[in-house]
Design a binder for this molecule. Structure first.
Ligand SMILES: [Zn+2]
Length: 188
């Protein structure tokens, strides 16, 4: 059982604050935060926990979403085979991530994005880079990593990174034409 923390929503100014870097060696508190971000995603990926504890599942969670304005986020994206069993998982627990490369080509989800911190629906495309390279310390591997994300995973990584800057997905929706398509963009 996970000792659940409250998810900060966009009505709280903390979600709009720019997060600060994490210092190494990691403090106990920072370590607890990064562990929680990852553990939450795994915990909420289980239907039984969703039912029993009312947790909301998600593929990413950033520290400001639990009220900690420090540069950390976790990603947990399971993939399933035809039998519905997990065939592979993309999982990271990033500390001090930096986007060191972004493609010019853009990508967006045709169904738009969602966020655990945003209760109200905001419809529209959220244009992002279709490929990003992130350099970070990965707490799961306990080492510095450079990871290239493409398509759906690139979108998740940028969505979570935005949280560290106090940016929410709907900030990036074209207000006048939320569903205006972008020439050459990857549509997922
Ligand atoms: Zn979010």
């Amino acid at each position: 059982m996970l000792d659940l923390r409250k998810i900060v929503t966009d009505s709280d100014p903390k979600i709009r604050k720019k997060s600060i870097n994490v210092e190494f060696p990691l403090s106990k508190e920072d370590e607890d935060t990064i562990k929680y971000l990852y553990d939450y995603l795994v915990f909420a990926d289980d239907d039984k926990n969703v039912e029993k504890f009312g947790v909301k599942p998600g593929v990413g969670l950033a520290a400001p979403q639990i009220g900690v304005n420090k540069r950390m986020f976790a990603i947990y994206v399971p993939y399933f085979d035809e039998q519905g069993n997990i065939s592979s998982i993309t999982a990271h627990a990033f500390i001090n991530p930096k986007i060191i490369n972004s493609s010019i080509r853009q990508a967006y989800l045709l169904n738009g994005e969602g966020c655990l911190s945003v209760e109200q629906d905001h419809e529209g495309y959220v244009p992002r880079a279709s490929i990003v390279t992130i350099k970070a310390y990965d707490y799961l591997l306990k080492t510095e990593v450079v990871v290239k994300f493409r398509g759906y995973e690139a979108i998740i990584a940028q969505h979570e990174y935005d949280h560290l800057e106090g940016i929410l997905y709907y900030d990036r929706i074209n207000k006048k034409e939320p569903f205006s398509r972008i020439q050459g963009a990857l549509e997922i």
